[in-house]
Design a binder for this molecule. Structure first.
Ligand code: 1CP
Length: 333
């Protein structure tokens, strides 16, 4: 059984399994090398050969317990027919769309648009580097994808006040997202994903109607993944009540962010927990990193716990600090 599966059957393990969100990415010199030669990010995500190499880069270097496919949550809007570009200094930039065009997109159109991602998974499945490791597929949660689809750029500076004004349009988009995200989940599992993670990176921006935007749409996906017999990890970043979320949505494992009080959550939840460490700690020094990492390891020592961060690893992280982190986690007794 893989180390993470062992945690998932609700066992606390002697050595905590470890992988890092955004482990395949810009902090790795070997990734930047490939990226320099491939300025079109979407094309890179749709190149199974290069995506495979990028997915395996952190595995070869650090021997993490899981690989997460090199792809992006915005590949779902792309598959639905919305244009998606990544611009230097801006980040994602999505195009206009007509809801009627999205509603005309068939399952087959969608699948054809994203075929290289499924090819990537089936290729990775054969890789010797992934022996006894999980292969994580992922999707964005409906709320987070709705945010990108309507706002067209990152909401990191907030959303306009009238963001939710067109109630009918929003319901239609959420309905399409539920359909296509489920298709994407199913295709990833059929191609070889052994775990699905649902990223709700902007859940913290939901101010009201939590049932409509957070609990119900996520529960619908979680039930779908469970029905397919695969564990599902939820990461509703920035919400104020992870306990309520976990009790209502019942994921196989919950990924906490770095604002969550670890001591409190461990007492309140009986499902496996992942993550928590502030990625900014990897920008400090080894002493601080050790002290803060040990706090998580100590707090979760009798709880099924997968070591990870409280959000993605930052591009400016030094590779030596990642080696150090792994040594701390694997050396902890
Ligand atoms: O070189 C570059 O400029 C590309 C940077 C990059 C990378 C490496 C982007 C653009 N996406 C990715 C890969 C990626 N994205 C992965 C696979 C790699 C891995 O985890 O190892 C995953 C799981 C994602 C998921 C993702 N994309 C999320 C959810 C997780 C999170 O960090 O919150 C989100 C919000 C995105 C959108 C996105 N894609 C890329 C960027 C820079 C962003 C964030 C933009 C923003 O700030 O709104």
């Amino acid at each position: 059984m893989t180390p993470i599966k062992e945690c998932l059957i609700n066992k606390s393990t002697k050595i905590n399994p470890i992988w890092l969100m955004r482990q395949a990415g810009r902090y790795l010199p070997e990734f930047r090398e490939i990226r320099k030669k491939n300025p079109n990010f979407i094309e890179l995500c749709l190149n199974p050969h290069l995506s495979e190499e990028i997915t395996l880069q952190p595995i070869k270097r650090f021997n993490f317990d899981a690989a997460i496919i090199f792809s992006d949550i915005l590949m779902v809007p792309y598959g639905m027919g919305q244009s998606v570009e990544f611009k230097k200094n801006l980040g994602p930039n999505l195009g206009n769309f007509r809801i009627t065009d999205i509603q005309k997109t068939t399952e087959n159109d969608f699948k054809n648009n994203l075929l290289p991602i499924y090819k990537l998974l089936s290729n990775l499945k054969k890789s010797k580097d992934l022996n006894n490791k999980d292969l994580i597929g992922f999707v964005g949660a409906p709320w987070t994808l709705l945010v990108y689809m309507l706002n067209k750029i990152s909401p990191k500076n907030g959303l306009p006040d009238n963001f939710l004004k067109d109630k009918i349009l929003i319901e239609e988009i959420l309905k399409s997202l539920d359909t296509f995200i489920k298709i994407h989940i199913e295709n990833q599992i059929n191609a070889g994903a052994t775990i699905i993670q649902i990223f709700d990176s902007w859940a913290g921006l939901i101010k009201k109607d939590f049932d409509r935007f957070l609990y119900n749409p996520t529960l619908s996906l979680v039930n779908h993944v469970k029905k397919l017999g695969v564990p599902v990890i939820c990461f509703p970043r920035g919400i104020s009540d992870y306990v309520k979320f976990s009790k209502l949505v019942k994921p196989s494992m919950i990924n906490i962010d770095y604002n969550v009080d670890a001591e409190n959550i461990v007492k309140s939840l009986d499902i496996p927990i992942q993550g928590g460490l502030d990625p900014k700690l990897l920008l400090t020094d080894k002493e601080i990193l050790k002290r803060e990492t040990n706090k998580y390891l100590e707090t979760f020592k009798d709880h099924p716990y997968v070591f990870n961060l409280g959000h993605g690893i930052l591009p400016e992280t030094k590779v030596e600090m990642v080696y150090e982190l792994i040594e701390i986690v694997r050396g902890y007794k």
